[in-house]
Design a binder for this molecule. Structure first.
Ligand code: LLP
Length: 412
């Protein structure tokens, strides 16, 4: 929840200029209200249909964020042992955790089994065999779904599109039934569901609906074959508006559009949204260091860089950059760049934006997902702190790293 009152940008009831002056910049700021509203939009839209909203931890894995969602009743979609560790530390319920990913290691599988997670979304037969062996050794039964590759085009950025047979993800639809059949002979596994995830930042729900139809058909066929399929997991992927006016399906109406077919199937449903819950809930605040001109080109040099938010450099992603305090000067067209020594170090290019001066704060918007989590120490820059706002209160949920932190795991 970010909005202007007079000319000052607020997160809920906290004026961001005051916050940035206190914490220093760069700093990530999250609205707990937006996180909860977005989680509840999923939860409430499903209504009485049996469902679990497994927040995709990779989008924003801060303990403060996970704890907030855990308290609201969320389940979690994890892709590593480290993410499970975070979920447990944040008070998440392991019985609502699904473990996704193509490359789970034996140690990660054992860790997940011994903590009693709900199920594994499996992506190969070799992985199923490993899970069966480890479950046998631990004397437990492992729930699994097969992540099928429905071969539909998510029509999104090629790096975050996953549902075509050319991608490394999932098991081909045509092979899946035979894999379930063979898995039935593995004594320590129990087939729980069918899962899919076709891509991220999808603005058109049509490919998701197509994938859902294919997955439901698959689940019905497996039921007829004698597997006790209890749920379908539809993955994540719903897009958000990074640009003003960009059309995105609202969470509630998107889920409504799925409900009739899900109800007919009689199956429970899981979803794994990350971005649509966390992205609109966060901004990255940065301070203008310098203005400069090279020829006719105008640069706004700020104290946040590609190591803090890599999405513009990596995906040519657009993030709105708005002033924390609006002024009345005529707007400019500029590149917003950071201190890292790379031409790819930009937050915005040729941007029509506020005429900000050194010392002013800017907010890089829609940065609550895949922001801090993809940050690094490149150029030996300590990573930014993270702040969670709740109404008129705010608290640091992750401290700014120090120079000592940079070298604490190293020896000379
Ligand atoms: N489930 C699975 C199996 C996934 O691979 C992903 C995301 C999600 C759920 C959550 O998808 P979401 O609802 O957040 O779209 N770093 C990229 C995004 C990578 C997404 C990877 N998988 C970015 O900054 O855009």
């Amino acid at each position: 929840m970010f909005s202007y009152s007079q000319n000052d940008l607020y997160c809920e009831q906290v004026p961001l200029a005051d916050l940035a002056a206190r914490t220093g910049t760069p700093v990530y700021v999250y609205s707990s209200q937006t996180l909860l509203d977005n989680y509840r939009a999923y939860d409430e839209a499903f209504g009485d249909l049996p469902h679990t909203v497994c927040y995709a931890v990779k989008a924003n894995s801060s303990l403060g964020v996970l704890a907030l969602l855990a308290k609201a009743g969320a389940g979690f979609d994890i892709v590593s042992g480290g993410e499970l560790f975070r979920v447990l530390r944040a008070g998440g319920d392991p019985a609502k955790v699904v473990f996704s990913g193509v490359g789970k290691t034996a140690a990660e599988v054992e860790y997940a089994l011994s903590n009693g997670i709900h199920s594994f979304n499996c992506e190969s037969e070799a992985e199923l065999a490993l899970i069966d062996a480890l479950a046998g050794r631990l004397g437990v039964k492992a729930g699994f779904s097969i992540r099928v590759n429905p071969d539909v085009d998510a029509a999104t950025h090629p790096y975050i599109s996953t549902g075509l047979s050319q991608h490394k993800f999932g098991i081909a639809m045509a092979d899946a039934a035979a894999v379930y059949e063979r898995a039935r002979r593995l004594p320590n596994l129990s087939a729980e569901g069918v899962s899919c995830h076709i891509g991220s930042q999808m603005l058109d729900p049509a490919p998701i609906l197509e994938a859902v139809d294919r997955v439901l058909a698959m689940a019905a066929a497996l039921g007829a074959q004698g597997d006790h399929i209890r749920h379908v997991d539809l993955g994540g992927g719903l897009g958000v508006a990074y640009q003003p006016g960009e059309k995105t399906p609202a969470i509630g109406s998107f889920i409504e559009s799925l409900k009739a077919r899900l109800r007919r199937s009689g199956l429970a449903v899981m979803v794994e949204p990350g971005r649509s819950i966390a992205a609109p809930a966060g901004v990255l605040l940065t301070r203008v260091l310098y203005r400069k001109k090279n020829g006719t080109k105008e640069f706004v040099i700020v104290d946040a860089a590609m190591n803090d938010l890599i999405r513009p450099a990596l995906y040519k992603a657009h993030h709105e950059v708005i002033p924390v305090r609006r002024n009345t000067l005529p707007p400019i067209t500029a590149d917003v760049v950071g201190p890292v020594c790379e031409t790819g170090d930009f937050l915005a290019r040729d941007r029509h934006m506020a005429n900000v001066m050194p010392g002013d704060f800017l907010a890089v918007c829609t940065a609550g997902a895949y922001g801090f989590v993809q940050s690094s120490n490149y150029n030996s820059r300590p990573r930014a702190p993270e702040v969670l706002v709740e109404g008129a209160a705010w608290r640091v949920i992750r401290q700014r790293e120090t120079y000592e932190d940079l070298v604490k795991a190293e020896t000379r």
